[in-house]
Design a protein around this ligand. Structure first.
Ligand code: HEM
Length: 449
């Protein structure tokens, strides 16, 4: 079993928490009033909840689920547990707010039939072939970022590396011209920031402004693409615009999207693949500093596997999934019970709101052996290990539509970074984003030797 070695304490990212403190936070657990030490390390609190109150009712009456089997059961039953959030977002943002229109029109916060229509169009563009075709461009992009870092002798893992990758990938996917990509990251952060359970007036204002600016920009892009359609086999925006069966394709006809459905789902795709993938790469490269034995053994394997490209990919595939299990970049999903039901022996009324905690389910010892250990060979079925069925991409009808793309980005970014800078070291303490839903770092300065 891998062990967590003593890193340089000054630069430690994970702050230990005593069982007594975890228990105290769990007893008062309220997503809207979390103390700073929770954000630094939520996993001991999740453990306390899982053991003592796996279906925890919070002060606002909603329920917080922490056990793997319960989270999967809710994801699986989309008839009972709706993703439609018009009621909650109406109360949170007001019905006229741009944030309300955006979130309530996105596929992830809808049930069939809107959900199925949009999903079919997106999935049709993210085929294995289309994703494999992105690999050479992605490798080139990553190498150019690594060249810049090399020239500076280091930089910031987030600013100079992790956050620079997804914006280009999703920009390419939707055919956003490179010169227009500057504001995408800030828009995305502002819109997703407004999903936090507790919202400041400023966060809400920034979120609404970002939806308005983003929508205005996309209107122009869509008008252009209507005049000059792209290749619908690869261009997601053209597929979403056409919304119909494509010549020679086996995809069944799909009713075209309305203008608002089109614009808001484009924004959603740009956002969905952005911060999540940045955090996958950033969390992984920081975690390797805290688990130096795992880093050394991964480097050794990569060196050996280098001679066999398939072996190289296999090592990284396992590693990426373990990074996602260990520190999932999206920690929470939400559902609403459309009828009275029972979860883990607890009776829930019709209309009950549920938060499914991916971060807690991914550390459930009933599903994962040594769940608090980062084991980059976890899930190696060739070695007889059970599959790593983590929930970082959710599960069921809403399971992440971009998971293959995210895995590809993770493999290329983490693999090439490690090959280029095997001895990288954090040069200051990494700064966490301080959010419950999206877990990642704002900055992580490092020296590249
Ligand atoms: C490490 C990166 C990523 C993580 C951790 C992640 C996580 C998730 C999760 C947990 C969900 C399900 C939400 C729910 O059911 O409540 C989801 C949905 C989704 N994700 Fe991702 N995602 C990632 C990257 C991406 C990328 C790169 C794309 C785009 C190309 C993408 C597009 C989507 C879409 C379209 C949905 C909605 C699916 C639906 O409602 O049917 N994601 N993602």
């Amino acid at each position: 079993m891998p062990t967590q070695a003593e890193p340089l304490m000054a630069f430690r990212a994970t702050v230990p928490m005593s069982a007594a403190r975890a228990q105290q936070i769990a007893e008062d657990f309220d997503l809207r009033a979390l103390p700073p030490d929770f954000y630094a390390n939520p996993y001991p609190v999740y453990q306390a909840l899982r053991e003592r109150e796996p279906v925890r009712q919070m002060p606002d009456g909603s329920y917080f689920l922490t056990r793997y089997t319960d989270v999967v059961a809710v994801y699986r039953d989309a008839q009972t547990f709706s993703s439609d959030k018009k009621i909650e977002f109406g109360a949170k943002y007001g019905h006229d707010a741009p944030l309300f229109e955006h979130h309530t029109t996105s596929l992830v916060f809808n049930d069939p039939p809107l959900h199925s229509r949009v999903r079919k169009l997106i999935i049709g563009a993210l085929t294995r072939r289309a994703i494999d075709g992105m690999e050479p461009g992605l490798a080139k992009l990553v190498d150019s970022l690594l060249d810049d870092i090399h020239a500076k002798g280091g930089g910031d893992l987030i600013e100079d590396f992790a956050s620079a990758i997804p914006v280009e990938v999703i920009g390419n996917l939707l055919g956003v011209p490179p010169a227009d990509r500057g504001p995408l990251r800030a828009w995305s952060l502002a819109i997703l920031g407004a999903l936090e359970p507790k919202l400041t007036v400023e966060q809400e204002r920034l979120g609404n402004q970002a939806v308005a600016d983003f929508t205005a920009y996309l209107k122009g892009l869509v008008a252009q693409r209507r005049k000059q359609p792209g290749d619908p086999q690869h261009d997601v925006l053209t597929r979403l615009i056409q919304g119909e069966s494509l010549a020679g394709s086996t995809t069944p006809a799909v009713e075209p999207l309305s203008e608002s459905e089109l614009l808001q789902n484009c924004i959603f795709i740009l956002n969905a693949g952005h911060e999540t993938t940045t955090n996958l790469i950033g969390n992984a490269l920081v975690a390797l500093q805290e688990w130096p034995e795992e880093k050394s053994s991964l480097l050794l394997k990569l060196e050996q596997a280098n001679k066999h490209p398939q072996g190289f990919e296999a090592c990284l595939t396992l590693a990426v999934d373990e990074f996602l299990r260990f520190e999932p970049s999206n920690q929470l999903s939400n559902r609403r019970a459309v009828k009275a039901c029972r979860v883990a022996g607890v009776d829930l009324p019709e209309g009950a709101l549920l938060t499914l905690c991916i971060g807690a389910a991914n550390r459930d010892p009933a599903q994962f052996e040594y769940p608090d250990v980062l084991d980059l060979t976890r899930g190696d079925e060739r070695a007889g290990a059970p599959p790593n069925r983590h929930l970082a991409f959710g599960f069921g009808i809403h399971q992440c539509a971009g998971l293959s793309l995210a895995r590809l980005e993770g493999r290329i970014a983490i693999g090439r970074f490690l090959q280029r800078f095997p001895d990288y070291q954090l040069s200051a303490s990494p700064v966490r984003g301080g959010r419950a839903r999206f877990r990642g770092f704002l900055s992580a300065p490092f020296a590249a030797s």
